[in-house]
Design a binder for this molecule. Structure first.
Ligand code: UDP
Length: 413
């Protein structure tokens, strides 16, 4: 099967953990590699953002990223992608013609969905779409956060997301709350909405003995370690985590908050400064261990070194980090929002706490630390093996692709 993935702003080979590079990049990269491993030929179209990168680059044998010129190559904030959307769509159209066509197009995020619908119109190719986040849900969850980067283009986004819901041959959602949202906020027909949770790639994300992981990272054994791994944007709730950590620290003065993400080099200072300033204010700066962003295939070391991973998000469409942590046998304390309420839904794998409640987050962390990582280790691995394997993910995705290709009705287009 020949598959075109479209991932507008999220280059699958970009380093995640900084700016807008995170879950979507990882998801698309793993999807492309896994599909190729199942015999598909996969092209991923993304915007040519970093001019020093080649226009084509292999992701895995059988899968490549193709960077399309859209506007002047260089960084562009995600919310301004609309400025280059026409260029990007034209690039995708000419790629489609040059390539000889695809059996299915799978678009990621709402800008890409519009490009995919245009390809469907011109070439009668079936379209599968994954939202990754929904404008209406995001707006409702994040009304309290002022935006430094200016307003998000919510009305254009709402209209585009509804249009995609009506016209795509199939929607792939990652968790039940997303299925609920696409049906109730966008009016997507339940029959065309498929719940296919992403699975972790067992080769990169395997548990490492904790003492070995700590040795490798220079972290002493015997101290409580709380991990935060991810981008440092305000909606991730790291402010609540710093407040919660103060409470943990009162009880465990040797506790450490290990922070992975926020970029590397000069950009890292800009991204981490609000967090370090807050830690300084609360007198816990010396217990915060900042590591910057790390390559995705190195994250297992950090998950394995930790006693618990905190995912304090205010809005979280899915939250790959929670599943990755459990895949390494490390429990999770997460806010009861979006996908996290489902993935961390059993007390065997950690704890759920109310959103934006630092006291509850602190209590949740203390309670998981009290029970100890060993108590959760095996249940976490079993939970991932039961619900989030790469094999089940692939089977689900390929079933959706085949059905979309078979059942596509040209009348809809
Ligand atoms: N990540 C990484 N290195 C880092 C920080 C994050 O590889 O330094 C990865 C992390 O392992 C996960 C993704 O970035 O796969 C974050 O995805 P998630 O769904 O948790 O959050 P999002 O970025 O989509 O908001």
């Amino acid at each position: 099967m020949r598959v075109l993935l479209i991932s507008d702003h999220a280059d699958p080979l970009a380093s995640p953990g900084s700016g807008f590079q995170g879950g979507q990049n990882v998801y698309v990269r793993q999807l492309a590699a896994a599909l190729a491993g199942h015999g598909c030929t996969v092209d991923v179209a993304t915007r040519w953002e970093a001019p020093h990168l080649p226009r084509r680059e292999q992701i895995a044998p059988g899968a490549q990223v193709i960077r399309l010129r859209a506007g002047t190559p260089g960084p562009l904030p995600r919310d301004r992608f609309g400025e280059v959307l026409t260029d990007f769509a034209e690039g995708a159209d000419s790629l489609y013609r040059r390539s000889g066509g695809y059996d299915v197009v799978h678009s990621h995020y709402w800008y890409s969905g519009q490009v995919a619908l245009r390809l469907a119109q011109h070439h009668k190719v079936p379209v599968v779409h994954t939202y990754h986040s929904l404008g209406a849900a995001r707006r409702a969850a994040l009304a309290h956060i002022p935006r430094a980067a200016g307003p998000e283009p919510f009305s254009a986004r709402d209209a585009a997301e509804r249009r995609i819901a009506r016209r795509a041959d199939a929607l792939v959602v990652s968790c039940p709350s997303e299925a609920h949202d696409v049906e109730h906020l966008l009016g997507a027909p339940a029959l065309r909405t498929h719940l296919v949770p992403p699975g972790t790639d067992g080769t990169a994300l395997q548990p490492i003995p904790q003492h070995a992981a700590r040795d490798a990272l220079g972290i002493p054994s015997g101290i409580p370690v709380i991990l935060y791994l991810g981008r440092l944007e305000p909606r991730k709730g790291w402010q609540d985590l710093v407040d919660a950590f103060v409470r943990v620290h009162e009880r465990h003065p040797r506790a450490r908050l290990l922070v992975v993400g926020g970029g590397t080099g000069a950009t890292a200072d800009d991204e981490t400064r609000p967090l370090t300033d807050l830690a300084q204010e609360h007198d816990v700066r010396s217990s915060v261990d900042l590591r910057g962003s790390v390559a995705h295939d190195k994250t297992a070391l950090y998950y394995s070194a930790a006693d618990v991973t905190a995912v304090p998000s205010h809005y979280e469409p899915f939250g790959l980090v929670a599943v990755e942590s459990m895949a390494c046998g490390t429990p999770v304390v997460a806010t009861r929002v979006g996908g996290l309420a489902w993935t961390v839904g059993s007390p065997d794998v950690g704890a759920l706490v109310p959103v934006r409640d630092a006291a509850a987050l602190g209590s949740g962390l203390l309670s998981v630390l009290r029970m100890g990582r060993d108590h959760f280790h095996r249940p976490c691995l079993d939970h991932v093996a039961a619900h989030f394997t790469a094999a089940a993910w692939m089977k689900g995705i390929l079933d959706v692709y085949r059905a979309a290709a078979r059942e596509r009705s040209p009348i809809d287009k």
